[in-house]
Design a binder for this molecule. Structure first.
Ligand code: ATP
Ligand code: MG
Length: 392
């Protein structure tokens, strides 16, 4: 049977005059994501985007998988497409749901009739179809409070649709509706989650990663690239900037007090990220820091790093516990990659006793012992760029 996906938006539905801009972007994002799966007719009406494959052999499981990871949709319904007649709903509609109903024990029927010209109203559809289901699947019983299956019939403008329950969407706002930012992406658990969270708010993510060969290996960089691909399922295409950081780290080690190594390194990371962000027209930085998690993430340390910031710095996981961050990392499937044991440049030369509450004036003084500016410019100039196309 011909199938269609009704993808219903969440927050966009509440938008006012600019709602259609958000809708247009959402349609564009969906089209781009489904491009290699065939041709789709995509239309919108009443806060719903109708995604209809032209080819009946289209891989609908994969379509659902991709639309499920598209920010902007609250719920999805994978429906059988029917004639607008009760007869068709009862016969072909129940054929379509035959497997689901055979395996269930309890059900209820819900009906939505947006075409008021349809001769039966919603309660009538529910009652009739309830009877017909019980007749055809006598093992079933009705349970209106907690059914195994909710059979839903929607009578809309051109067709009737039937489905056996809604699928949770990714929520959030369409990627690209809130501008572009640069995510400082490490190989850890937190920063991929931070990128996912900001993409959910509609920000198009670019990623920057610092490497220190030979102290950090190729495998460590490849791990981060794999994380980038993983989050691209949600974030869309990601430009990945890889910064050579060895020389800077060596110079910090040789010229600055050991206990301030980490905070100075972070400040320089921020400066490099900002230069690239400005060059590429990106409006903010994103970090995966959570207050108190480690020495470099105390209030004092954050005050010192943010003192070099001249653009907004977003830290979406700042108030989250590790367990909460891990839960999201598992959901977006980055966790298993993140825990692979490769070294990050942040773990190179880390002091035994980093200062947990560095004082800004002290840090600035220590940093001024060496002129890092030429090395920063050099690192920016030598930064490599790669494009990661969205993978699902
Ligand atoms: P994560 O789990 O994201 O690695 P973390 O708890 O290990 O975080 P830190 O190592 O202190 O914390 O790093 C804090 C933040 O700095 C990271 O979340 C990330 O945004 C950024 N960061 C750290 N190392 C790198 C790196 N090599 N390249 C790019 N960004 C980095
Ligand atoms: Mg880390």
């Amino acid at each position: 049977m011909k199938e269609i996906i009704l993808a219903k938006y969440g927050e966009i539905a509440l938008k006012g005059l600019n709602k259609s801009q958000f809708e247009a972007l959402l349609v564009k994002n969906v089209k781009r994501r489904l491009g290699d799966l065939g041709y789709f007719k995509i239309t919108r009406a009443q806060s719903i985007i109708f995604i209809e494959p032209e080819n009946e052999n289209c891989d609908m499981d994969e379509v659902i998988n991709r639309v499920k990871k598209t920010f902007g949709f609250a719920v999805l319904c994978r429906c059988g497409v029917l004639e607008k007649s009760y007869d068709d709903i009862k016969t072909r509609g129940l054929d379509y749901l035959c497997d689901t109903l055979s395996y269930a024990k309890t059900f209820k029927v819900e009906a939505k009739r947006s075409d008021k010209k349809f001769p039966m109203n919603s309660p009538q559809i529910c009652t009739e179809l309830g009877h017909d289901i019980l007749e055809r699947f006598p093992h079933l019983t009705v349970n209106v409070r907690n059914p195994d299956v909710v059979v839903t019939v929607e009578i809309r403008e051109t067709n009737a649709y039937i489905h056996a329950g809604v699928i949770q969407g990714a929520g959030g706002m369409p990627v690209g509706s809130s501008g572009e930012a640069l995510l400082l992406l490490s190989g850890g658990i937190d920063s991929p989650v931070a990128g996912y969270m900001m993409a959910k708010r509609g920000i198009h993510i670019n990623a920057i990663h610092y490497v220190s060969p030979p102290y950090t290996s190729d495998r460590a960089r490849i791990k981060v690239e794999r994380l980038c691909s993983k989050i691209s399922a949600y974030c869309g295409d990601i430009r990945f900037f890889c910064v050579p950081f060895t020389e800077i780290q060596e110079k910090i080690k040789d010229n600055c007090p050991e206990e301030l190594f980490t905070v100075i390194m972070r400040r320089i990371m921020m400066k490099i990220a900002q230069k690239i962000a400005v060059r590429e027209n990106l409006s903010a930085l994103i970090l995966g820091e959570s207050v108190g998690q480690v020495a470099s993430q105390t209030m004092g340390a954050i005050v010192c790093t943010d003192a070099v910031a001249n653009m907004p710095v977003f830290r979406p996981v700042i108030g989250m516990d590790k367990a909460e961050i891990v839960e999201i990392a598992r959901k977006i499937d980055t966790f298993d990659i993140s825990i692979e044991p490769y070294e990050d440049c942040c773990t190179v030369f880390t002091p035994k006793h980093p200062k947990t509450s560095p004082v800004l004036s002290e840090v600035e003084k220590a940093e001024s012992m060496f002129d890092f500016e030429p090395l920063i410019e050099k690192a920016v100039a030598e930064t490599e760029v790669k494009l990661f196309k969205a993978e699902f």
